[in-house]
Design a protein around this ligand. Structure first.
Ligand SMILES: *[C@@H]1O[C@H](CO)[C@@H](O)[C@H](O)[C@H]1NC(C)=O
Ligand SMILES: *[C@@H]1O[C@H](CO)[C@@H](O)[C@H](O)[C@H]1NC(C)=O
Ligand SMILES: *[C@@H]1O[C@H](CO)[C@@H](O)[C@H](O)[C@H]1NC(C)=O
Length: 406
């Protein structure tokens, strides 16, 4: 009996407890400092070369939030380091940036550039942001006005693209950085254009079964996965909807630039209010998280609870309720968001020997480059410490921890 005793004593504790953050840290600061300790998110690609990256852009947004929440300079310094690594020739060039690609992904770092410009008045950041804005001004579009996801993906819009480009686009317009394009009411026009992106995507991608959105659509209906009528891809991919709801919440937040009187505000708010209850419905009853392919049963072989999409949903649910963007009778949305965060922590958070923390369970990629079917999404491997999971972790943790403090 005796040798088994210690094991027995440990058993009831181990599965139930969340790995708690170290004493003087929160989940948000623990993850952010771990990312930085790994040298991630600072403007270098995996081969150690400076390159523009939407993953770094997403992390920089999280760092700016963390700076706002804690007042600590180290988070802002990390944003500056990341941007200084890629901004070249006083902002006339960005490392790895190729405007000819017309990739919406490249726009994501623009938010950080504008915030840094506002804080430092260093013209290099503004010049670099202007390069990105110039891309949007000539971005190829569908006949309905939707931005192509990339030149290579002609006539296609993917949900991911709205998070990459729209917060920057709206922020630029309200900042009045240039009277470019000449006409007065430039911001009005941009807000309408932002509304067009969300309206057109919704019209093509709405998924009846889940009340959510399919990953993307092809206006020309030529690509292999396109529905012959709507043009939509066949499945609801969790992370794609995650990017989309994060974009909605950020554009509607009090710090975001679209004024409540503009019709785009009501359009975005309407979409958010339709989506979030369906996001809550889509949470797995058992684990509390969300499936990689939300439109398929989580227990279908190949499907699993995916960490990045789950964290994006947690963030959107908790932030939308906190900012009174949606009503939450009985606290259902907050309950689902809270449980979702705890579920990711329990299942995927790993405490490392050096005191840093890691996140598992993030799918490496999900693209509409191939068949866009269930088999495609589920054959992609999962990686540890992918910024597409860890950056949303910081954002979600900030919301979760504000909830706890109330
Ligand atoms: C927490 O405390 C440890 C040990 O005192 C220190 O090394 C670490 O920098 C602190 N972390 C934060 C976030 O203050
Ligand atoms: C931080 O706070 C400032 C001032 O309230 C605001 O302008 C800015 O947008 C905030 N940044 C983020 C990333 O939320
Ligand atoms: C302004 O930003 C550029 C590009 O990041 C950087 O190289 C330069 O040192 C900055 N200038 C000042 C005065 O901080």
């Amino acid at each position: 009996m005796l040798p088994f005793l210690p094991l027995l004593l440990l058993l009831p504790l181990a599965p139930a407890a969340l790995p708690p953050p170290p004493q003087n840290q929160t989940y948000a600061t623990w993850m952010a400092s771990s990312i930085l300790a790994r040298g991630q998110g600072l403007g270098l690609n995996p081969r150690g070369r400076p390159a523009v990256s939407y993953e770094h852009g997403t992390f920089q947004t999280a760092l700016l939030r963390l700076h706002n929440a804690t007042g600590e300079a180290r988070w802002l310094d990390a944003v500056r380091r990341g941007l200084d690594t890629i901004v070249r020739d006083e902002g006339r060039d960005i490392a790895g940036y190729d405007r000819g690609r017309a990739a919406l992904d490249d726009i994501r770092v623009g938010e950080g550039l504008l915030v840094m410009y506002e804080r430092t008045r260093n013209a290099s950041y503004l010049r670099a942001a202007a390069l990105l804005h110039d891309q949007l001004a000539t971005q190829p579009r569908t006949p309905e006005g939707g931005f192509w996801h990339k030149r290579r993906y002609a006539q296609q819009q993917w949900l991911d693209g709205v998070y990459m480009a729209q917060p920057f686009y709206a922020r630029w317009a309200v900042g009045g950085y240039e009277a470019r394009g000449g006409q007065g009411g430039g911001a009005e026009r941009v807000w309408s254009d932002v509304g067009t992106q969300f309206r057109v995507i919704w019209a093509h991608c709405a998924d009846r079964k889940t009340g959510l959105l399919r990953h993307g659509y092809d206006y020309s209906r030529k690509v292999v996965w396109a529905d012959p009528v709507s043009g939509a891809s066949p499945e609801v991919w969790g992370r794609a909807v995650g990017w989309y709801v994060m974009a909605l919440v950020d554009l509607l937040a009090a710090t975001a630039p679209i004024p409540a009187e503009h019709p785009t505000y009501a359009l975005l708010l309407g979409q958010l209010r339709l989506l979030l209850p369906r996001v809550a419905d889509a949470a797995d009853k058992e684990s509390g998280g969300w499936a990689l392919v939300v439109s398929q049963p989580i227990n279908r072989p190949g499907n699993y609870m995916e960490s990045s999409g789950s964290l994006m949903f947690v963030y959107a649910l908790l932030r939308a309720v906190r900012l009174d963007l949606v009503e939450d009778p009985g606290g259902r949305l907050v309950g689902v968001g809270r449980r979702g965060f705890e579920s990711v922590v329990k299942r995927y958070l790993v405490k490392n020997r050096d005191g840093t923390v890691s996140l598992e369970g993030t799918v490496r990629v999900g693209s509409l480059d191939e068949d866009g079917d269930f088999e495609y999404y589920t054959k992609i491997n999962r990686v540890r410490d992918d910024l597409k999971g860890t950056a949303p972790f910081v954002l979600a943790a900030l919301e979760y921890e504000m909830l706890r403090d109330r």
